[in-house]
Structures are given as C-alpha cells and as structure tokens.
Design a binder for this molecule. Structure first.
Ligand code: DGY
Length: 325
C-alpha cells in the first residue's frame, strides 16, 4: 500500500518527525516562510496531509491546489494563518497544539513584564557600552510589581497561568474576557472588568487573546490614550492586536511608559522599524513557546493530529469539530 503524502512547508528536526516517517511520504520545504519551493508545489495535488507552522497561510488558494487533503495539522495553538471556514466547508479537520505551551508562554510573559518594569535591556546595553560609571541613586529606575495592578486581556489558559505567577509577585489581578469566570476569580482573587476599566486602571496590561476580527487593532490610539501614563503593555498574543504605528506614537509621546512585545505587526519586524529605536520598547522574536521541551511536545501533538486525520479518525485536538457532524 502506498503511504499518504504529507507536505511540511518547512524543515523540522528529524527526531521530531519520527512518528511520521513509517506512515507517510514526507515532502519537506526549505524555510518557515510562506513560499513553497517548486519541488513541493508540484506535489500539492497528491497531498493528503499538511503539517503547517503559524507562518504558512492555509488559504482558499492553497486549498484549491490540494484536492486530496484529509487533514491540516498546525504546529501552534493559534490558527489565524488558516482560513478555517474554507477548511470546514471542504470537510477538512484542522488540528492545533493547545495546553503544552501554556506554562512556557506564561514564563516568558513574566520575563518580559519584569524586564520592561526594571528596564533590563537598557541597563544591560548601558553597562556593556561603558555608561555604568558609578552606582547612581537615580539611575535606571523602574516600576515595582508588588502592589501594582495587572490587567489581563483574555483569561484563557495562558492568561490564567500568567495570573498564577503574577500573584506570587504581589500583583492585583483584573481581567477583561468575554465572560466572567467565578471559580478562577476566587482562586486568583481577580476581578472581571470591562476593557475600558482595565486599561484605565492597570499598571501592567498583558494581552492573551487570539487574533480575530474583533481583536484586530484592539490596542490603538484611542485605547492607548485610555491607559495610565506609567503603564507597561505586554503583547504575547498576535502582532495585529496592537496597531504598531499608534504604539510608536504612544511610546514616543509618553502616553504609556513602556512596551514589551513578543509578537509584532509586521512579523518579523524589519530591522529599520521605528519600534526598535525606542529605548522603552523591548522586542523578542515570537519566542513564547521556544523551550526545548515545549517545542518538542508541540511537534508530538502535531504528529498525533496528522496521523489521526490520515487514518480517518477524529483529531485529538480539533478546532473545527463541526466537520464530524
Ligand atoms: C502559538 O502556538 O500560537 C504560539 O504563538 C507559538 O509560540
């Protein structure tokens, strides 16, 4: 029996792919970008599965080239790179990798929050550049976490893991989410508030919402102007949740104090982007889930989803379960 053909638009470490090797023929692209090399494109009509990254757009156009596709397995919890309604219309199940990246991403959120609060990037750059000439009573002053208010926008799995860590630092927690979550609010001593109230009263605002039509541009000139002038914004969600040009103005003109971004719009952010030139903006290259353990677990889940789909079984983590009705 011939093994089903599976497209990987990008290479992954050999051992992460070992569950697929016996069961499938793998056709592997060259980089995590959005373009497929001709050798991979030529195979699309035969492909029965794809293991995609969040950088690869699974669009209507792509689906039109893959008439035999039985499963799409995205190695990410987010799936804004996928035209989900188009997949559902074609009856193709789409898998993602929830839960396994919750703790790693929450760790990085606290790392960014602390780094921005205590101006670590600036202080380290100054030390390296010889600007540390004396212990200064007023040098590199930052913000305290203890007793401050953290507003979490989106109290899902990652937002909750952030809140648990934040409690240990003495932060008071507010959250703006679609619905109140009484059990969690009791555990975290958190209060459910409107986005307006959260922005107007938080010292730190941390974004953990998926990118949807409703959240695109959620943080814009109007909402940034609503924040406290000492506030620090952390974006761990998706770049387009924040309007980059508006953030540049807010940071330049002191509407807010600082930002720490693990995701940006565009992504990657080009080296000449004005956000890099601002000392009060810390940028990391979308590394929320970048630990050895987490990325391996994400690959495992992605392989499990893919193999289940190829066998015609229900995906263990399916984001469009309506395809089974
Ligand atoms: C995801 O899985 O959606 C994350 O953004 C990757 O770190």
């Amino acid at each position: 029996m011939t093994r089903p053909l599976v497209i990987l638009p990008h290479p992954l470490p050999e051992d992460w792919l070992s569950p697929l090797k016996k069961a499938c023929q793998l056709v592997i692209g060259e980089s995590p970008g959005i373009l497929l090399p001709p050798k991979v494109e030529a195979q699309l009509p035969q492909a029965e599965g794809i293991l995609s990254l969040l950088t690869f757009p699974v669009s209507e156009e792509f689906l039109a080239q893959t008439p035999r596709l039985k499963v799409i397995s995205n190695m990410a919890v987010g799936y804004d790179n996928i035209d989900l309604p188009a997949c559902t219309r074609r009856g193709i199940p789409v898998g993602n990798t929830p839960s396994v990246l919750t703790e790693g991403t929450a760790d990085l959120t606290l790392a960014l929050l602390l780094a921005a609060a205590r101006r670590l990037a600036e202080a380290s750059a100054d030390a390296k550049a010889g600007r540390w000439t004396a212990w200064s009573p007023t040098g590199w002053l930052g913000a305290d976490l203890n007793g401050a208010t953290l507003g979490i926008v989106g109290l899902g799995k990652i937002g909750t893991a952030v809140a648990r860590r934040a409690r240990a630092f003495g932060l008071r927690i507010l959250h703006a989410s679609r619905t109140p979550k009484p059990t969690l609010e009791t555990e975290l001593n958190a209060r459910h508030v409107s986005l307006d109230e959260l922005l107007a009263t938080s010292d730190f605002v941390s974004l953990h919402v998926p990118l949807t039509a409703q959240t695109r541009g959620l943080i814009n000139a109007a909402t940034l102007r609503h924040m406290k002038s000492n506030a620090i914004l952390v974006n761990m969600a998706r770049g387009p949740v924040v309007v980059s040009d508006d953030l540049v103005r807010a940071l330049r003109e002191g509407w807010i104090s600082a930002a720490a971004l693990d995701v940006t719009d565009p992504e990657p952010l080009p080296p000449d982007h004005p956000l890099y030139s601002l000392p009060n903006c810390l940028i990391t290259p979308h590394i929320g889930s970048a630990t050895h353990h987490t990325r391996r677990r994400m690959a495992e889940l992605a392989c499990e989803n893919l193999l289940a789909g190829l066998r015609g079984e229900r995906l263990p983590h399916c984001i469009n379960p309506e395809v089974y009705r």
